[in-house]
Design a protein around this ligand. Structure first.
Ligand code: ADP
Ligand code: MG
Length: 698
């Protein structure tokens, strides 16, 4: 048996390989680029490229690609082989520093949301040396950022790196104020828990809705769903276990720290969580994980569904973004400290997050907005669309005592004065975890739970980093100008608690009464759909903040708005067209055939015995006949609405039309189709049922 320790990271050009293959001065220079962002000179780049090529060829690679994350949400790659002609008619394998650092893919087919019209048709990719290169299949993949020639970001990595830099800059100002001169860099870390479904490939191939939209658009509830809670953490079935084993191995080879795996709440639903990493690496790894999940599934005759809501009536899939801030010296700034000073610092960072989440609820909400995720948020299975923070009773009580200036009734019965008293030790309560909160403090990190399973985690982290950077900037401005640091600090923390405590909610986020309280009493936002929240990206408050931290330019924001809305429209449009197609070509004919067969049976029976009642056949025939009429009419209505939608050219108007017209019509069509399924003999039904899809993998 191969040992994990032997093959872990074997396909990654990581620090170990760099050290072993690069000359010492080249290695040192590259390290400075990775750790401190120092520019790389061409000589060093050539040496790195050459070592990388030799190593990659040793791993079986013949090609290289700049691997990037365009705004389509998936990764893109264009392969070039290493071959270069030699004078003797043979070839040599070449890869230069220039090719490593910069690539020029034809950008014209990637969404740019108008940036290309304003700027240049071509884009370029630039090496991100902070994320290791790796070999996938026969290709050396070099993680890169993707920009237009005008320097405008056309990808998700560029603004993510900028947001990390913004947070680093502001957090360092705060640490300096606390007298810390040794920390060189502050980084955010993320551990994304990834949910997914596995279905049988043969069944998947027989459903156009799964093929075209990644989710079922029809399907009656099976007799058994998730109500027994017998799947969650249940014994993993042999086929799934074999899949997970293979998946882990592939991920480990790529240096991805896949750690935890278990069955999730819904039948056929599973989860994989890696050990956390620096945000941009975690983001790259999550993209790779999603890709490898699908590839490995294919090898096992399975399909991995990453859609947020593949099945109605059972839980959908999300992604939990566990997020923390840490220094290069290894201190997690969201861990309560041992000394009064550390505690004050902890409270300040905690408050920065509270303020950020309250001030930028809209940005966090829209950072997870997609047509798919709209099915989950607010549907009593995922956090509601309203954003709030769970802090736990103990920490909430501490903040309460600080705000009111009254004794904290914890272990010490004293009035909390920051910078003087050690905070009471928090017991990290892992038993009573509130799973209904969209944004929960879990002892030393926050868990942002609204992300959809297919989302890139980049967007959520860009907004989170940006919003926290803004809180820290405001704090640093005030504290740097203060005469008395202690007093200013204490006052600022109190003010944050007073101004932003409305965002803290420790109760059940699934409760109807919470939505009422949140929106009516606390004035929190409830942005239910993508068209509801996306326009907030362009509000003056949000644009000013994002532009001031140099995370986005105005043109980039406008382009992203266009792309997100356009993506929403296209996604739902495809679903609508698929429904029309399936209803017309599969469901109606199937029900019709079954009804006709029933009618023949009825006639046959009647001709055999003239005065038979045949109540069963007659009732069923009339019910199915009424349903086919309803299906027919609803299909016509949806089809007409989709034709009218085509005429709407403005993306905002189109998205609103989809929300108000198309989606309700899709729901109206689904009802009679699902009802017809329950009345139609199984062998007539044109595609695999929920029962087969959800319970078919053994
Ligand atoms: P859960 O109970 O939600 O499954 P876990 O404790 O298993 O929570 O952690 C889930 C994820 O959180 C894992 O990916 C883990 O690596 C990550 N995580 C743990 N500590 C941190 C941290 N300090 N920063 C970011 N992520 C973290
Ligand atoms: Mg979790």
């Amino acid at each position: 048996m191969e040992k994990i320790t032997d093959y872990f990271g074997s396909l990654v050009f990581d620090d170990r390989v760099m050290k072993a293959t690069l000359a010492s001065d080249v290695y040192q220079s590259l390290k400075r680029t990775i750790d401190e962002g120092a520019p790389l000179d061409t000589k060093v780049a050539d040496a790195v490229a050459s070592a990388m090529k030799d190593w990659a060829i040793g791993c079986g690679a013949t090609h290289f690609t700049h691997w990037f994350q365009p705004l389509t949400g998936i990764t893109a790659e264009k392969h070039d082989s290493f071959i270069s002609p030699a004078p003797d008619g043979r070839v040599i394998m070449e890869f230069s520093g220039k090719e490593l650092i910069k690539g020029e893919p034809d950008a014209s087919s990637f969404p740019s949301g108008g940036l290309r019209a304003t700027f240049e048709a071509r884009g370029y990719t630039a090496w991100d040396p902070t994320s290791y290169a790796f070999v996938k299949g026969k290709t050396l993949c070099i993680p890169t950022a993707f920009c237009s020639y005008g320097g405008e970001a056309l990808d998700k990595k560029t603004p993510l790196l900028r947001s990390m830099e913004a947070l680093n800059k502001q957090a360092l100002r705060i640490l300096r104020l606390f007298g810390n001169d040794t920390v060189k860099c502050v980084r955010t870390s993320v551990g994304p828990e990834q949910e997914y479904f596995l279905v049988d490939k043969e069944m998947f191939d027989r459903r156009k809705d799964l093929i075209f939209s990644g989710r079922t658009l029809f399907g009656a509830k099976p007799p058994k769903g998730q109500e027994l809670d017998d799947h969650y953490f249940g014994v993993i079935k042999p086929r799934v276990a074999a899949y997970m084993e293979d998946l882990n191995k592939e991920l480990w080879k790529l240096g991805i720290l896949a750690k935890t795996e278990h069955n999730e709440v819904a039948p056929a639903q599973h989860e994989l969580a890696p050990i956390y990493a620096t945000t941009n690496i975690a983001t790259d790894h999550n993209q790779l994980t999603m890709e490898i999940m699908q590839k490995v599934a294919a090898k096992h005759g399975l399909v991995c569904l990453l859609h947020e809501k593949p099945f109605a009536g059972v839980n959908g899939s999300g992604k939990h973004n566990n997020w923390s801030i840490a220094t290069d010296t290894g201190t997690n700034l969201l861990t309560p400290g041992e000394t009064p000073y550390e505690n004050a610092q902890f409270l300040l960072f905690l408050c920065a997050v509270i303020k950020a989440v309250d001030d930028y609820q809209d940005l966090l909400r829209l950072s997870v907005a997609t047509a798919g995720n709209d099915h989950r948020l607010g549907a009593n299975e995922a956090p509601p669309a309203v954003i709030s923070i769970f802090l736990g009773d103990e920490l909430t009580a501490v903040l309460d005592a600080i705000e009111k200036g009254v004794p904290y009734c914890g272990t010490e019965k004293t009035v909390m004065k920051l910078g003087v008293h050690v905070l009471p030790k928090f017991t990290r309560d892992t038993t009573d975890r509130n799973r209904t909160s969209p944004f929960a403090f879990t002892g030393n990190k926050f868990e942002f739970r609204m992300l959809g399973s297919s989302n890139s985690i980049a967007c959520a982290n860009i907004m989170l980093n940006a919003a926290v950077a803004e809180s820290l900037r405001i704090y640093a401005d005030r504290l740097e100008a203060a005469d008395d640091f202690q007093t200013a600090l204490h006052e600022m923390i109190r003010k944050t608690i007073r101004d932003h405590k409305r965002i803290i909610f420790n109760g059940n986020g699934y409760d109807e009464s919470w939505i009422r309280e949140a929106t009516q009493e606390r004035g929190l936002l409830n942005l239910r759909t993508t068209p509801d929240c996306m326009p907030m990206l362009l509000s003056e408050k949000n644009m000013t903040m994002l532009i001031s931290h140099k995370i986005f330019s105005e043109a980039e924001l406008r382009s992203r708005y266009e792309i997100m809305m356009d993506n929403y429209c296209k996604t739902v449009n495809i679903e609508g067209l698929t429904m029309v197609d399936m209803a017309k070509k599969e469901i109606l004919p199937a029900v019709e055939t079954y009804t006709a067969d029933l009618a023949s049976a009825l006639n046959a029976k009647k001709s055999a015995v003239a005065d038979l009642g045949c109540m069963y056949e007659q009732t069923l025939i009339s019910r199915l006949s009424a349903l086919t009429d309803r299906i027919y009419l609803a299909t016509e209505e949806l089809e007409q609405a989709l034709i009218r939608l085509k005429a709407i050219s403005d993306v905002t108007a189109a998205a609103n039309n989809i929300r108000d017209e198309i989606i309700p019509k899709m729901a109206l069509l689904r009802v009679p189709c699902d009802e017809a399924e329950t009345l139609t003999a199984e062998k007539y039904w044109p595609f695999p049922t929920y029962e087969k899809l959800l319970f078919g993998v053994k």
